[in-house]
Ligand binder design. Structure first.
Ligand code: BTN
Length: 328
């Protein structure tokens, strides 16, 4: 473990008391100058540490920043978020996670960033987010499933994010197929799943998740973006929500691995706003469809009863909900 992390762990353990430079130096087996240097590094990273001559150091406040030590502190997962790789700025956490997975990074690895310069969404859209305000992260997963089962992971991610947002904020988050998380008609989170496969099987999946916690980007999204803070009328700490998402994600993931993927569909449907909804679907390279959404089949495809009565299975496309008033 890096020295700064060991120092921080000791400061946390002894919260509420001062610890002298001398004690740190003997507990950590380093010089007092090294202790001082690392205390400065922690302060520069946003930790508020009180320094009192002859008494020593005391941890007063930890930052709500995407730092490995902060993500791990209080995280109860066995797999997800371990290890964590954090960037102040990167192109896209999905790019970084894909590169790490190719190099053999462990399942569960999280790559998080305060800012992305080339954040991307589904259907080749850009994903914009204000630096330091929101959650931007990607998880490396190795479920050992077949390629056909891959869309279920996206549904699983949407169910986990929705569940965590609901329990954490009390807001009525819902899922619009396949994986947009909406609250009162505005998009609060999006998921982009990318994978590498070999011989019909998934080698690894990178599940990229963006949550508008404190800022909603103005953009050209068909569905307007909203933030949790905007809906609650107050700023929100990001780390506790991130830990809830990781915990819920892991619970649903391990359940699906152990008992089969049907459980994913049950969780997803519990939060879906698609049951019997009137929808318009823009299909890649085809005329758009209108009909009634009936739910998803066992592969995660959306079933729609078209206005003529036929049932159409949709595996990709952009769904818009048609509000009753708008249709009349
Ligand atoms: C969508 O709704 O279109 C999906 C958006 C996914 C955005 C996240 S932010 C973290 C990760 N890195 C990216 O470049 N994209 C995903």
């Amino acid at each position: 473990m890096p020295l700064a992390s060991r120092l921080l762990a000791l400061l946390r353990q002894r919260r509420g008391a001062f610890v002298s430079g001398e004690e740190f130096s003997s507990l950590l087996g380093v010089s007092r100058t090294a202790v001082w240097k690392h205390i400065h590094q922690l302060a520069a990273a946003g930790y508020r540490i009180e320094v009192v001559p002859h008494l020593g150091y005391q941890l007063r406040e930890t930052p709500d920043r995407l730092l490995p030590d902060e993500i791990l502190s209080g995280l109860t997962t066995k797999l997800l978020g371990r290890p964590s790789v954090c960037f102040e700025e990167t192109t896209s956490t999905n790019d970084r996670a894909l590169a790490l997975a190719v190099q053999g990074a462990a399942e569960g690895t999280i790559v998080a960033a305060e800012n992305q310069t080339q954040g991307r969404g589904r259907i080749r859209r850009a994903w914009h987010s204000k630096a330091g305000a929101n959650l931007l992260f990607s998880l490396i997963l190795k479920p050992g499933w077949t390629i056909e089962q891959a869309p279920l992971l996206t549904l699983l991610a949407a169910a986990a994010v929705t569940r965590a947002i609901r329990s954490h904020t009390g807001l009525p988050a819902m899922i619009k197929w396949p994986n947009d998380v909406l609250i009162r008609g505005g998009k609060v989170a999006g998921i982009l799943t990318e994978m590498q496969t070999q011989a019909e099987r998934i080698l690894f999946v990178v599940c990229g998740i963006g949550v508008n916690v404190n800022a909603a980007p103005a953009g050209n999204l068909k569905t307007p973006a909203v933030s949790l803070a905007g809906l609650l009328g107050k700023p929100l700490l990001r780390l506790p929500l991130l830990r809830s998402i990781l915990q819920d994600f892991e619970e649903l993931y391990l359940e699906a691995k152990k008992h089969g993927q049907d459980s994913i569909l049950r969780h997803w449907e519990a939060y879906s706003c698609m049951n019997s909804a009137q929808v318009r679907i823009d299909l890649p390279g085809e005329a758009c469809l209108e009909g009634t959404a009936l739910g998803v089949d066992e592969t995660g495809a959306l079933l729609v009863r078209l206005d003529g009565g036929t049932i159409r299975r949709v595996i990709s496309g952009e769904v818009s909900l048609i509000l009753a008033e708008a249709k009349q």
